[in-house]
Design a protein around this ligand. Structure first.
Ligand code: NPG
Length: 368
């Protein structure tokens, strides 16, 4: 295919309720949408960088800049447009994986649409629907948390993830276990809020039969996670630390994780995400698909990935109404605790023009 141009679109979508994690509170999801036009076909990618560099070093303004100034020009200069050639064409630029992922996804979507092939098939999906978990933010009180969890369980979610931080860990976990029983699939996510010195406190979570504890220590503290894993019985899962298939192989070899959260944006795209899946599968390490408060555009692609055989744990792939009153695609609706994997060409979803216009803050067209 020949690239005609790339549109960068900044959007801002209010969340149905504030989402608090150990690194901050999100009330409006700002994101960058990438639309690639090639040979008359178009494809979409959603950049998961947040408004502020709190989860990772990337943020939406920087992603917009690096795409416009470096990544799109490099792609335009790189010869025939093919999804598998995007990462090599951008490899000279350090980092900016979320920006690179969005561009590669848009190219992949355009290519697959032109061929009439679904992303799920391209990635190697083996399921038509995937079980859905939900991530529950830090709340002002335990009763408020219990109400939120109850609502999600009533909506059919098959696994609950509680966000934790120092001061909001053992007590809320104990309360949820007590109220909803031992059969509830329950896990926690610290977003790097602890240090190894907190090991005794984190070991108290062992009593609650959690599926996993996600990213308790800082991104770069892989050895710390290995040391922690020897001191607690809850399986350690890594998120922020896993920036590539190589990082996954290292972390597994070092004993730093028994489970991996795969987020395509964090590792530079769906093709690398599949390699992370493959590395983990080769080591017998289960994976699950993370979420970054995506709109329907990013969610559709995540569902394709979550349908791969190594994704044996429910992911943070929730229904549209968990995030937004109005999504920018046809809404994803959880039925019987599952979401359908889109079956149409590419990601299988199209943005709805009216809804998209409502949330658009700016657009920029970059001719090839
Ligand atoms: O369901 O999309 C979702 C949110 C899941 O908790 C979730 N995401 O640390 O994994 C995380 C967290 C996150 C959200 C991280 C937004 C960064 C941005």
């Amino acid at each position: 295919m020949k690239l005609e141009g790339v549109e960068l679109r900044r959007i801002a979508m209010p969340l149905v309720s504030p989402f608090r994690t150990s690194f901050g509170t999100t009330t409006v999801r700002e994101a960058v949408l990438v639309r690639v036009v090639a040979d008359g076909a178009e494809g979409w990618g959603e950049c998961v960088a947040m408004a502020d560099p709190l989860y990772s070093s990337e943020y939406a303004d920087a992603a917009t800049q690096v795409l416009g100034r470096f990544l799109v020009p490099a792609l335009a200069a790189s010869g025939p447009l093919k999804a598998h050639r995007v990462a090599p064409a951008l490899a000279a630029f350090q980092g900016h994986r979320m920006a690179k992922a969005a561009l590669e996804t848009a190219v992949l979507d355009a290519e697959l649409r032109a061929q009439g092939r679904p992303l799920a098939d391209e990635l190697g999906a083996v399921r038509d629907r995937v079980p859905c978990g939900v991530s529950v933010g830090i709340m002002d009180s335990v009763p408020e948390l219990l109400d939120a969890v109850e609502e999600y369980l009533d909506a059919g979610y098959v696994r609950i993830k509680l966000k934790i931080e120092p001061g909001w860990d053992v007590e809320p976990v104990a309360a949820v276990r007590e109220r909803f029983g031992d059969a509830l699939a329950l896990q926690v996510d610290a977003n790097a809020a602890y240090t190894l010195a907190d090991a005794p406190r984190l070991a108290r979570l062992d009593a609650f039969g959690l599926l996993l504890i996600e990213q308790p220590l800082p991104e770069e503290d892989v050895l710390g996670h290995a040391a922690l894993a020897r001191r607690i019985s809850t399986p350690v899962c890594l998120d922020e630390s896993i920036t590539s298939a190589r990082a996954a192989a290292d972390a597994i070899t070092l004993g730093a994780c028994a489970i991996v959260n795969v987020k395509p944006g964090r590792v530079g795209g769906y093709l690398e995400a599949r390699r992370v899946h493959d590395v983990c599968a080769a080591h017998g390490v289960p994976v699950w698909c993370g979420g970054m408060l995506e709109t329907g555009i990013g969610r559709a692609a995540n569902l394709a990935l979550a349908a791969l055989p190594g994704f044996t744990l429910p992911g943070d792939t929730s229904g549209s109404d968990r995030y937004y009153r109005t999504d920018i695609t046809e809404p994803f609706v959880v039925r019987d605790g599952h979401l359908d994997v889109p079956a149409g060409p590419g990601t299988g979803v199209d943005p709805l023009a009216g809804e998209l216009a409502q949330v658009t803050r700016s657009t920029q067209w970059l001719p090839a």
